[in-house]
Design a protein around this ligand. Structure first.
Ligand code: PHE
Length: 339
């Protein structure tokens, strides 16, 4: 095969090249160790010394030509590949979008947020405290000394003798009062998780939530408490609801009340009542322990269970539904997300 033929063959074969792999094979075929040009170069030894330089030069020229041509072809191939990819991946912005499914807000959180908003409107601020609490704040500062029988009302998860999972949000009251060093006013709402030893069933859970309210100032009277509770209950359940206060006992309030909400009528036309929260005037001892002078300051406190409120409000019959995250349950509240 002479040099002219090699060039022609190259020009014929290059037309069939369609990708980088076949281009590489072609390069090897002509320029590789066993390629045609390498082979033909070997024939130089049979030529006369006068012929050799011209022959060598001609071979090198073809080599350079093929090399350069192959590089250019390679660039073109890459360019074409990129273009093809861009075309195939083109985004059609006119296609309809996939619908994004919005999650539902857990009705428990919805109730907590709603109550927070109600009190923020009245000038309260939201305060939080630790879930692992000391005996001092969970009990002692709330007028429940170590041997007090009322401690039995709240079966506790103890971690050590002095540390426990808080059984109520009331310790946040004591913490917040200490912070202001005996100076009022305090107006806070304290939502959070609480823990009590209990056997879980449809109406009991060893972990649940509470929202605590506390107001401490000069001249705070029982009527202020009553008005506040009325505002709360009517805002959450409707203006036609009534509240009823029954005397009760909490070690940290005096007097203490249990608050009922009117809930329809029985067969004989009497109002039915459901218990909804506990409240009272802050016990003078609690004020004193937290650095307030009970001769100057007074206050009220209330505590409620948002689970119970959500169950009544939305007709939920099993408290465990709030925690088990069954999407079928949560989806019933998904439209609430957009309101
Ligand atoms: N901490 C009380 C409980 O868990 C509720 C309560 C709070 C009562 C504030 C009165 C005042 O039972």
């Amino acid at each position: 095969m002479n040099l002219e033929h090699i060039k022609e063959e190259y020009q014929r074969l290059i037309k069939e090249v369609s990708d980088e792999k076949s281009l590489y094979d072609l390069k090897v075929k002509f320029l590789g160790k066993k390629g045609s040009l390498t082979e033909i170069m070997k024939g130089a030894k049979d030529l006369s010394p006068e012929e050799r330089p011209a022959f060598g030069k001609a071979v090198n020229e073809i080599k350079a030509y093929i090399n350069k041509h192959i590089e250019e072809t390679k660039d073109e191939l890459i360019k074409k590949e990129v273009e093809a990819k861009l075309v195939s991946e083109e985004i059609d912005v006119t296609l309809p979008a996939k619908e994004v499914e919005l999650g539902g807000m857990n009705p428990l959180n919805k109730v907590i947020e709603e109550i927070e908003e109600l009190f923020i409107k009245l000038g309260y601020s939201v305060a939080e405290g630790p879930e692992v609490e000391t005996d001092k704040f969970n009990f002692e500062m709330l007028n429940l000394p170590k041997d007090h029988p009322a401690r039995d009302m709240q079966d506790s998860f103890y971690i050590t003798n002095e540390l426990l999972m808080r059984t109520q949000t009331s310790p946040v009251q004591a913490r917040e009062m200490l912070k202001t060093e005996g100076e009022g006013p305090i107006k806070i709402i304290c939502p959070g998780k609480v823990f009590r030893r209990d056997n879980d069933d449809a109406t009991h859970s060893h972990q649940f939530t509470q929202i605590e309210g506390l107001v401490v100032d000069k001249n705070i009277k029982f009527s202020d408490l009553k008005g506040t509770l009325e505002y709360l209950i009517k805002s959450v359940f409707g203006q036609d609801r009534q509240i009823r206060l029954r005397p009760s006992f909490f070690p940290f309030t005096e007097p203490s009340v249990e608050v009922d909400i009117s809930w329809g009528q029985d067969g004989e036309g009497n109002t039915k009542w459901l218990e909804i929260l506990g409240a009272g005037m802050v016990h003078p001892k609690v004020l004193e322990m937290a650095g307030f002078d009970p001769e100057i300051y007074s206050g009220f406190a209330f505590g409620m269970g948002p689970e119970r409120i959500a169950m009544l409000k939305y007709g939920i019959s099993d408290i465990r539904s709030f925690y088990t995250n069954d999407v079928r349950f949560l989806q019933q509240f998904s439209s609430d997300r957009n309101d």
